[in-house]
Design a protein around this ligand. Structure first.
Ligand code: ZN
Length: 415
């Protein structure tokens, strides 16, 4: 039976969202948390963007030393030879890529303004896949941007070209959130049958159906005989109205009526890590989790009305589909209500030693402590808010990698 895998795209779609962003350390922590949760792959950034280079390299180093393993780290580029060459030049260790190209008539005509025909699109994608293979890419996804507004015949031709040239998957992008569960099921099933290769689902929430469409699209792919790879973001943060929320989508697959009896995960996901990940992403993005967010919202397990409260006290299953402990909730959290020492870009050794001492971290000598304080200061310059415990521990444990993450050197300006 075909299976479902998760590719989280918070560090690509999430960070390209208007008004929102993450520091390189925050992006790294998201990868660390996704890995602990058992997510198959993280779309970890933009290998053609110069300010991402050291972050991407540092994360690949974390994979080499086993910290970011088994999660697969994959970069996103446009499907052109130029971008592929540049990706491998700037991030030589990269081995997994997704190559993106617009496929709808709307985008081909309106973005390329008559400069590219459909045949040009196919040729460009074929050349980009060939180039990535030549550079030694181990796995390649090819993204059909605006797939939901692309005729199935052309989408099939597009996928077959990608497959013939050695791509491993095609990404069906519902870029504008235009699909509904019925339409995406039909499209992805036909596409899976026509292509005979695994398909990714990339759904947006412009009509409030990103999670439902991901589920229906995955079912279409699997009924078509192929593995489905669902794209999600943490807390659903992504372009405009956002992407399919990671936690809600996993819950929908594993808990909704009858679905998991036939359609199963290819890799176990540890949902007890969900709460921590959602809270961290909320803090890092500066976007509160809505109170009614599935699983991780403040009201997800709250009951007030008489009939519900009485019912849930007698048996939680009366009014709860799943238990809060399954999401890693229920542990008491210490909230400081008095004096607080925070990390900051102008912080010093005394405050830092106090912070680390509370986490039972000690240093060999003052020099070592001073060098870590310096890194913490730089991390604060990027984040512009106090670091959380996991970030401080990460810097103390991997100072050389942290230094790389925090090094941002713009290229020379043309006079
Ligand atoms: Zn997107």
């Amino acid at each position: 039976m075909p299976k479902i895998y998760f590719i989280d795209v918070t560090n690509r779609d999430g960070v390209q969202t208007a008004r929102l962003g993450l520091s390189k350390l925050e992006k790294t922590m998201i990868n660390v948390f996704l890995n602990r949760m058992g997510i198959f792959q993280s779309e970890f950034g933009f290998p053609t963007t110069t300010h991402e280079s050291l972050y991407l390299q540092a994360n690949l180093e974390l994979a080499d030393i086993g910290v970011l393993r088994p999660i697969r780290l994959q970069g996103w580029v446009r499907a052109t030879v130029h971008d592929v060459d540049r990706a491998f030049a700037l991030v030589p260790g990269i081995t997994h890529l997704n190559l993106s190209m617009s496929t709808s008539n709307q985008m081909i005509n309106a973005k390329f303004q008559g400069k590219r025909s459909r045949d040009d699109i196919l040729k460009t994608v074929a050349e980009a896949v060939d180039a990535a293979k030549d550079h030694g890419a181990k796995t390649l996804g090819v993204n059909a941007e605006d797939a939901s507004r692309t005729e199935l015949d052309f989408l099939t031709r597009f996928g077959l070209v990608a497959k013939e040239h050695g791509a491993d998957r095609v990404r069906y992008c519902d870029t504008l959130g235009y699909d509904n569960p019925f339409s995406i099921y039909d499209s992805t099933r036909a596409l899976a049958e026509n292509l005979g290769m695994p398909i990714e689902l990339h759904c947006h929430g412009d009509l409030g159906m990103a999670v439902a469409n991901s589920l229906a699209g995955a079912r279409g792919v699997m009924d078509g005989g192929q593995d489905a790879y669902i794209n999600t973001t943490v807390n659903g943060i992504g372009e405009r109205a956002g992407n399919a929320d990671l936690v809600a989508t996993v819950l929908a697959i594993t808990k909704s009526k009858g679905f998991a009896e036939k359609y199963q995960l290819g890799k176990a996901i540890d949902m007890t890590k969900a709460w921590k990940l959602a809270k961290f992403a909320s803090y890092a993005f500066g976007v509160p989790i809505p109170v009614n967010q599935p699983g991780v919202g403040a009201n997800a397990f709250a009951h007030a009305s008489g009939i519900h409260a009485d019912g849930v006290l007698k048996d939680p299953e009366n009014y709860e589909l799943y238990d809060f402990t399954e999401l890693g909730r229920g542990e008491p959290e210490l909230v400081e209500t008095g004096r607080e020492i925070c990390s900051g870009e102008y912080g010093g050794l005394s405050g830092f030693s106090h912070l680390m001492g509370r986490m039972a971290v000690s240093f060999e000598d003052e020099n070592q402590a001073r060098s870590i304080v310096e890194l913490v200061r730089y991390a604060n310059v990027e984040a512009q808010k106090p670091l959380v415990k996991d970030e401080l521990l990460f810097i103390a444990k991997y100072p050389q990698i942290a230094r790389k993450l925090l090094t941002l050197t713009p290229p020379e300006c043309a006079a």
